[in-house]
Design a protein around this ligand. Structure first.
Ligand code: HPA
Length: 284
């Protein structure tokens, strides 16, 4: 590996995919779901066909955060074939950006044509309350790195991917309609991706708000960058676990964040179920 090596090659992708294929046979999930911190309940709804632990998959990073259990779950949800990532990788854990987003390349190679992402985030917009959901309509990358840096694999995607519509407008409308139908309040806004692992300072929250962000977290941008690179439609929802208002800021612990995520995930589960039910897989 030299300084222009971006860690993964098409050969490695073939190795990873053929290992997974040995286990799942010709099972072809159309929808990928990434479950964020404290948000694994969606996986419990899946009628499971196969489960594969990350640590047995060649070239797959292994989770280090205790709140993430680390497995791929293949099965049926609302009559559709899905694969859920229970546990995701964060830049703050020390992985390279390419490792963080690698599973997205793998899921696409296994057949998904649509990626639904969830995360836990802090609310910056003072009108957004903790415990509610926000559909991400754009993001600002404050990770100061991204998974597309390095040699470009032309067979995977273009050198300069367009980011005009990072989150599929069509999928956003499926989410909006599902929320309306279920009477779920779904905010919409801009997600600021920060490195972490420390939460932000009061002044950083004020800055992010001024720059136009409505929520802040430590994930999602890398996966979305790769999804755009490989032409995969995606949508992302933040569960707002704490309020990041500089004037009224209170200390918050991971425990509290996970507890709030746990309460809100019941709503997320209903929303994701309804979205999946309504997805037209020929044109998701
Ligand atoms: N920052 C602040 N609050 C949060 C975050 C974050 O990255 N993630 C979840 N709540």
């Amino acid at each position: 590996m030299d300084q222009f090596d971006n860690h993964y090659s098409p050969k490695e992708l073939r190795t990873t995919v053929s290992y997974i294929r040995q286990i799942i046979g010709d099972y072809k999930p159309g929808i990928g779901i990434i479950l964020g911190t404290g948000l694994s309940a969606v996986a419990e709804q899946i009628d499971v066909h196969h489960t594969i632990n990350y640590d047995e998959i060649p070239h797959f990073p292994v989770s280090t955060v205790e709140s993430h259990s680390g497995k791929l779950i293949f099965g049926q949800l609302q009559g559709k074939s899905v694969v859920a990532m229970q546990g995701r990788f964060h830049y703050y854990e020390g992985y390279s950006m390419q490792q963080v987003a690698w599973p997205v390349r793998v899921l696409k190679a296994i057949g998904i044509s649509c990626l639904l992402i969830s995360n836990a985030a802090g609310a910056l917009n003072p009108e957004f309350q903790k415990g509610s959901l926000m559909l991400i309509n754009d993001h600002i990358n404050f990770l100061f790195n991204n998974p597309l840096i390095g040699k470009n694999q032309e067979e995977w995607g273009p050198r300069f991917p367009d980011m005009n519509e990072p989150y599929s407008v069509e999928l956003q409308s499926v989410f909006t309609k599902a929320a309306q139908k279920l009477n779920i309040s779904l905010q919409k806004g801009v997600y600021a991706a920060m490195q972490g692992p420390m939460l932000e300072t009061r002044v950083e929250y004020a800055m992010l708000r001024k720059l136009g962000a409505d929520a802040v977290g430590m994930s999602t941008q890398p996966e979305v960058a790769v999804a755009k690179h490989i032409g995969l439609q995606c949508a992302a929802v933040s569960v707002l676990t704490d309020e990041c208002n500089p004037e009224t800021l209170q200390p918050v612990t991971l425990q509290e964040i996970i507890e709030t995520a746990g309460k809100a995930e019941k709503i997320l589960v209903r929303l994701i179920n309804e979205v999946i039910k309504n997805l037209d897989m020929k044109n998701p």
